[in-house]
Design a protein around this ligand. Structure first.
Ligand SMILES: [Zn+2]
Length: 243
């Protein structure tokens, strides 16, 4: 698998950054475990916590010299929201991506809007937005309203593991349960179904929903049988792809 850079904007706390890295390590251990069950030994997957990085030698660069530049370039000053579409395009075409393809997990202290798809009206504020095999951006802003520190970190952990799953290729919607019903080939067909609340890939619909899922969750990553099946496919593609 490509190495994974972890970056965060300056308003993200050290505790949140640490929890995020710990959650990603847990996901990668789980992934390695799924590989071993199939007698596949995956090469170690590199995590690179660059944080709120700044290039020491800017050498006249106007762009790409710090994560702050990425953040500011994607920020709508009026709404205070980061545009996921803009951030994703910057990461897609940055020189570092060209030099060495990698995945990115970006933590943001500001609100995030998902403008990656056409929509009418205001840009929806989201916990996170992901483009598989490129970047997942997670906003910690909504979590700021949770007074209980432990619960807040649990919610963050859930968000990170969930979105990391999408980053490595776990789908938004699972194929229909009834495969005998001549289901369409796409996972986005009408009969696609979401995961239930016991699965890490369950999509929380609100902050209350996220809190109740995180509070009820046993420690650790938990995937439903469908998601486990999907993760096995991810492991196979990692093992047999050239990169
Ligand atoms: Zn699931």
């Amino acid at each position: 698998m490509k190495p994974i850079s972890i970056v965060w904007s300056e308003g993200v706390s050290e505790a949140d950054a640490k929890e995020t890295i710990s959650a990603m390590r847990e996901f990668l251990r789980f992934l390695q475990g799924v590989a071993l069950e199939q007698n596949i030994g995956l090469a170690p997957i590199l995590l690179r916590p660059y944080g709120n990085w700044v290039l020491n030698d800017k050498a006249g660069w106007d762009a790409y010299h710090s994560f702050r530049w990425y953040w500011e370039s994607s920020l709508d000053q009026e709404t205070g929201q980061v545009s996921a579409a803009t951030l994703f395009e910057i990461v897609r075409y940055e020189p570092w991506q060209h030099a060495e393809p990698h995945l990115v997990l970006a933590l943001l202290h500001t609100d995030l809007c998902n403008d990656t798809q056409e929509s009418n009206g205001a840009c929806p504020s989201v916990f996170a937005c992901t483009e598989p095999q490129l970047i997942t951006a997670i906003s910690v802003r909504h979590l700021g309203h949770i007074a209980d520190r432990e619960l807040r970190l649990k919610c963050l952990r859930s968000l990170v593991m969930h979105n990391f799953g999408h980053l490595v290729g776990l789908p938004e919607r699972l194929p229909p349960a009834d495969l005998s019903a001549h289901a369409p080939g796409t996972a986005s067909g009408d009969r696609a179904r979401p995961c239930d609340a016991k699965c890490t890939m369950y999509e929380a619909q609100s902050i209350d929903d996220l809190m109740s899922v995180a509070a009820a969750a046993n420690p650790g990553l938990a995937l439903c049988s469908k998601c486990r099946h999907e993760l096995r496919s991810v492991v196979f593609s990692l093992h047999f792809s050239v990169n």
